[in-house]
Design a protein around this ligand. Structure first.
Ligand SMILES: [Zn+2]
Length: 265
């Protein structure tokens, strides 16, 4: 089992290198990065960051493709440029031996109807992913029907699932994402909320019942347990604890959940 933390979890006043060091010191094996240039002004170049992570002894199994323009996939006028970015990110994954690239299929409430245009683009990306030995892990967001449409039209061992606990809880509580797509599970975004907003809080801060989820993750032989939590303004910890304390909570809650999932069969 590999335990990971998302790099951008708050505390942006702390230097990027120090944040990486503390993630390692908290006990995590791995770190997840956003694979766009949106935060490079404050965090530094993403290629430098991933190299720094390796130097600190952290592994990287999952990168996040930028989701700001996820709707471009389905639009005739933007899909080609989107495909090129997707292919470049897949090639970066291959170069750094990162197994999984997480991709959203919609952006917020912007949902052009799913269509052949998007399928063609995703199909092209999947071919590159197959050649490069990288997984495209579609993440469950507000509208899992888009994921379902892609899964049912593109057959590939490289088309996978990134299961997001917080999204399921607040956006699609009546769906059973692992029941529907669990056979494609390769990586996770584990975080908590109270069922109303996508808060991305640390485990235990919201009301997700994690024990049965972790039992299923274990049954599905998940290897990569990655948290995607933030000490943001809506967190009860915001402004009250240090990065070190926050990472300790993040690591301890994750580790306990993983360990307890093996108890009682
Ligand atoms: Zn997520």
């Amino acid at each position: 089992m590999v335990l990971g933390q998302n790099f951008r979890c708050g505390f942006y006043e702390v230097s990027a290198n120090e944040r990486l060091k503390q993630i390692k010191r908290a006990g995590f094996d791995a770190v997840m990065f956003w694979w766009g240039d949106e935060f490079e002004a404050t965090d530094g170049n993403r290629y430098d960051l991933i190299n720094s992570a390796f130097k600190e002894g952290l592994s990287v199994n999952t990168l996040h493709f930028p989701s700001l323009h996820a709707d471009y996939l389905w639009r005739e006028e933007t899909t080609k440029a989107y495909a090129e970015q997707l292919v470049a990110a897949i090639q970066d994954c291959a170069k750094y031996r990162v197994e999984n690239l997480v991709v959203h299929t919609t952006r917020y409430l912007i949902t052009p109807p799913y269509n052949q245009t998007g399928l063609d683009t995703m199909g092209r990306a999947v071919q590159v992913a197959e050649r490069e030995g990288v997984n495209i892990a579609l993440e469950n967001t507000r509208f899992p029907d888009y994921n379902k449409f892609i899964y049912s039209n593109i057959e590939s061992p490289r088309l996978k699932l990134c299961y997001d606990t917080g999204h399921e809880h607040c956006y699609t509580p009546k769906r059973d994402i692992l029941g529907e797509f669990g056979d494609k599970l390769v990586t996770t975004h584990i975080h908590d909320n109270c069922g109303k907003e996508d808060d991305h809080h640390v485990m235990g801060e919201g009301n997700i019942n994690f024990a049965p989820i972790f039992k299923r993750l274990r049954e599905l032989n998940l290897k990569y347990y990655n948290t995607e939590c933030y000490c943001n303004e809506t967190s009860r910890y915001y402004g009250k604890i240090s990065l070190e304390q926050f990472l300790k909570i993040s690591y301890d809650t994750l580790r306990n959940a993983v360990e307890n999932s093996s108890c009682g069969g």
